[in-house]
Design a protein around this ligand. Structure first.
Ligand code: SF4
Length: 939
């Protein structure tokens, strides 16, 4: 990370003075071709120049990026070194577990435990665990926070210990905020500064960049900060100071013109952008905004657009730095010196937005902001935008048809669904179909609303009716929108006007407010708007993801019973970004994304059947119908509240103690000392075995001999097949383990939440109920044949993959996986590689790999091999019954051979060795990234 160590082949090192401080910078104008590059590639270029070391980051990579051909597909591989790492608790816990285990390992090897710290600044925000159990009451926040601590004490203990034990590691405690909103409002530096290392005269200034273990990390792109979501292993590598390999991407320029019309919101804009970019196809690409309309997009709207990058498949969606960026930094209480530095640096480096300058792009599109109209999206895909004017018609058509439950999902949609509940970033190549948006029904005829009303008596004696299309969840949720004061104030003003007219929420609607920072409730308080939200049931339920991640808690009990007993198709309306079936709530088959004001409106209307533009929301206390237009706040009213009540001091105050935590956090019993005291009874956090038996020097590489096939799989096996993140079945090996540990079924929680316990995760590897292992052809799920067991009826018996792996371990039998095309696509999931290793798999032989999973396998010390061109297991005549020898692995000790030789029964072939870079070879020689870094620190 010490940036003054650059080889500086381009003589780019220079000095920039701001106020009385001098900074070392690496000038982009010293590199031919840089001026024509889009903003995002300039940021990457600076990254390479500053980190050039002649080995992992070479002058050749710099030149290749400077010579970027916009018309080309993916460019060459480069090594990118983010300035920092952002984590949330679901995906962050296993990274911290590994870091803690590294401390144990270095101590075991006689080293200094205090050398193990993140080598790249790492920030973790605990936001994914709070559930909206209780709503609509003054104490909802307190009760939900208490339940959250009861459920998560074991994980929180580890994180609290890490907070005080590690340098360069900050933890934002629970019930404080949501990672992307905290990142936007506080953590982002926009221009990063770091001491230049030994002998450096000045600190180094460079663009703030990051990788995050949450898919919506690109939200910060709104600030001009380049960042995207990565899997746990890449995040760990970055945290350990290792550059990450990536291909020079294509960059799509989206030219913005015009201005949003009054009455349209940032949410309407982002749903329009999502639809447009899904239509275009941007998977794996960078998207960058330019043109005269950029200046008309407030920063919070830019962040909302960036947030939904994974929904349209882009790696990131970035806005360049301009005066609006600086205004936002000022509003959010950043120091004047920082703001000056950002301006000076951006202008010096050609990173300042010039509306008249059009960089070169791989492709351009245009969007007139004036064409955006109020919209919702759903019922299960974010790209399926429905203009609000057409909503009842479109929803009635959906209710009449089978699509609500049976619509085919594209691979991108499936990857998005597979990321649940942990929000892993998606990872698959651009060759895959992305799923075009569906045009809502516009047939012009009147569809009958399929009505099957059911009488319901609520606990307070209210007698009411529930029907298809009724809204049972209305949630102001998700950092996508809660970071945006305009839409949040809009929602609260709408609530105020509704209350003043005498309206109330429909009694079957579960309402909730879960902002992403305390600033939101602060400006609600200051502007006197809180009581109106409370009156409608939008009491604060927590500062965390809640409904956005499916932590919506139970429906109103009588409503829930009516829905399940009568198989009603009911809806959630939320200000979130994903809505595939099952994510929001198991009982809501239709989930619509909408702006916070529309969420309040739907809580008042209580049904998607109501035409919000033409029918009344209800009857006012004066007996007159009240329409949405009567209570929709004007832009001037919203601006007035924002200008009067949103102040820099509020951000400064809110964030002054952002790492402190409340009583519950502070009173967690935390072990003393430099190493963590693992609790052998914990079912959430356990010491992983990666370093068991590790030696100071790596063991010599050896061939893999006598290996058996654990699974023979087909094409398109995803990381969710390999390591499911969802619920744990009681009859699965993981379920049996938890039961044996005394965990009640209701407390099993998900694989995603138990990633800190390798015992659960190993048992869950290849345990997806949809996995088809050709070795056990009549089964579905995590089954295989166990060649160590005595044959039954002349055949090796079928057993669970986990149980077989235990038997193979007893006989010291290495394992291999045979598989097809695009192995490991889907979401970028650390346990897909970790679990593979811990089952005893030494090599995977595939037809092709998803890029990140391949590198994750190497990061864990598993050998990725490919069948010879044009061949697969079947074409070679492999059944999976063979015993495998993989010969020539030892040649990797000092070179990277192109192939290794495989002998399997009577079949022999040369498998392509998919270790592609010198860094990957180093990781493999050491048994994985963690061992590599550990030995470097040790020696
Ligand atoms: S609120 Fe939603 S988008 Fe934001 S971090 Fe949580 S799950 Fe991700």
């Amino acid at each position: 990370m010490a940036s003054n160590t650059s080889s500086d082949s381009f003589s780019a090192r220079d000095r920039l003075a701001v106020d009385d401080t001098s900074y070392q910078i690496y000038r982009l104008d010293r590199i031919d071709g840089s001026a024509r590059l889009p903003y995002s590639l300039k940021v990457l270029l600076e990254n390479l120049v500053r980190n050039e070391d002649g080995r992992l980051v070479t002058a050749e990579q710099v030149s290749a990026l400077a010579a970027w051909d916009p018309a080309a597909g993916y460019g060459r591989e480069i090594a990118y070194t983010p300035a920092r790492v952002l984590m949330q608790d679901f995906t962050g816990v296993p990274c911290v577990v590994d870091l803690v285990a590294m401390r144990d390992a270095i101590a075991e090897l006689g080293g200094d435990t205090l050398r193990i710290n993140p080598l790249c600044p790492t920030e973790l925000v605990i936001d994914h665990s709070v559930i909206a159990d209780v709503f609509g009451r003054a104490d909802a926040f307190k009760v939900n926070a208490e339940l959250e601590f009861e459920r998560n004490a074991e994980r929180y203990q580890l994180l609290r210990w890490g907070q005080q034990a590690f340098d360069d590691f900050s933890v934002v405690p629970p019930d404080t905020g949501i990672c992307h909103q905290v990142n936007l409002e506080y953590l982002s530096r926009v221009v990063f500064t770091r001491e230049g290392g030994e002998g450096a005269e000045f600190p180094v200034a460079y663009p703030d960049t990051l990788v995050g273990t949450d898919s919506h990390t690109p939200m910060v792109n709104g600030l001009g900060v380049l960042g995207w979501g990565v899997g746990g292993i890449e995040a760990e590598a970055a945290m350990l100071g290792q550059p990450m390999s990536m291909l020079i991407p294509q960059v799509l320029g989206l030219k913005l013109t015009g201005e949003l019309q009054p009455g349209t919101t940032a949410t309407d804009l982002v749903l329009t952008v999502a639809e447009l970019l899904r239509q275009t196809g941007v998977v794996g690409k960078f998207v960058e905004f330019y043109g005269p309309g950029v200046a008309n997009v407030p920063l919070a709207n830019r962040a909302t657009i960036g947030n939904m990058s994974p929904e349209y498949g882009a790696t990131c969606a970035i806005f360049p730095i301009d005066a609006i960026t600086l205004d936002y930094l000022r509003l959010t209480g950043r120091s004047e010196h920082r703001i000056k530095l950002v301006e000076a640096y951006a202008k010096e480096q050609g990173l300042w937005h010039d509306p008249g300058h059009e960089p070169e792009f791989s492709r351009t599109l245009e969007l007139d902001l004036g064409s955006v109209e109020p919209s919702i999206a759903g019922p299960k895909r974010p790209q399926d935008r429905i203009p609000l004017r057409a909503a009842p018609h479109a929803v009635s058509a959906l209710l009449k048809g089978a699509e609500t439950t049976a619509q085919a999902l594209s691979p991108l949609d499936e990857a998005s669904a597979g990321s649940f509940p942990a929000s892993d970033p998606i990872a698959f190549g651009q060759s895959r179909a992305e799923g075009k948006p569906r045009i809502p029904c516009g047939c012009g005829k009147i569809h009958d609303w399929p009505s099957t009303p059911v009488s319901v008596e609520l606990a307070d004696g209210t007698a009411t009716e529930l029907d298809n299309g009724h809204v049972v969840i209305a949630a102001i949720t998700s950092c996508t929108n809660t970071s945006n004061p305009s839409v949040m104030v809009g929602a609260a003003l709408l609530a105020k006007k509704a209350v003043e007219k005498g309206l109330s929420r429909k009694p079957w609607v579960k309402t909730s407010l879960a902002p992403g920072s305390r600033v939101v409730t602060d400006y609600y308080e200051k502007s006197g708007l809180t009581p109106y939200l409370d009156k409608l049931g939008f009491n604060l339920v927590g500062y965390g993801c809640t409904t956005c991640i499916g932590n919506s808690g139970p429906l109103i009990p009588e409503v829930s019973t009516a829905v399940t007993d009568n198989d009603l198709t009911v809806c959630a309306v939320l200000s979130g970004n994903r809505n595939f079936e099952g994510r929001i709530h198991p009982e809501t088959k239709m989930n619509f994304l909408a702006s916070p004001p529309l969420v309040v409106a739907y809580a008042l209307a209580g049904s998607l059947h109501v035409d919000l533009l033409n029918e009344p929301l209800g009857t006012g206390s004066d007996g007159q119908p009240v329409y949405l237009r009567d209570i929709w706040p004007t832009d001037a009213e919203i601006d007035d509240v924002v200008n009067k009540h949103l102040k820099a001091e509020m951000f400064a105050k809110s964030y002054s103690d952002v790492y402190a935590g409340d009583e519950r956090w502070l009173s967690l019993p935390v072990p003393e000392g430099d190493t963590f005291q693992w609790d052998s009874e914990s079912t959430y956090v356990r010491q992983p075995p990666y370093f068991d038996g590790m030696t100071r020097e790596p063991e010599p590489l050896t061939d893999i001999t006598g290996a058996r096939v654990l699974a023979k799989l087909g094409d398109s096996v995803t990381t969710d097949h390999i390591s499911p993140a969802g619920s744990i079945r009681p009859d699965s090996p993981a379920g049996k383990y938890l039961s044996a540990k005394g965990v009640a079924r209701k407390d099993f929680n998900s694989y995603g939440s138990r990633r800190g316990n390798h015992e659960v995760m190993i048992r869950g590897t290849f345990a997806n109920i949809r996995l088809r292992n050709q070795l056990a052809p009549d089964t579905e799920g995590g089954w295989t044949v166990d060649f160590t067991a005595a044959p039954q009826d002349g055949k090796a018996p079928i057993t669970s993959i986990y149980d077989a792996s235990v038997n193979y371990a007893k006989t010291h039998t290495p394992l291999v996986i045979l598989t097809g095309k695009e192995y490991g696509s889907g979401s970028s999931r650390d346990w897909a590689a970790k679990g593979t290793l811990l089952l005893g798999v030494r090599a995977v032989i595939a037809v092709s790999y998803e890029r990140i999973h391949r590198s994750n396998l190497i990061g864990m010390g598993v050998l990725p091999l490919q069948f010879p061109d044009g061949q697969n297991a079947d074409s070679l005549g492999l059944t999976g019954q063979e015993t495998f020898d993989i010969v020539g692995v030892d040649a990797l000790a000092d070179s990277i051979p192109d192939t290794v030789h495989v002998r399997a029964g009577g079949v022999e072939f040369d498998a392509v060795l998919r270790i592609d870079t010198p860094a990957e070879a180093d990781y493999y020689r050491h048994g994985g990234i963690m061992q590599y870094v550990l030995r470097k620190l040790l020696n």
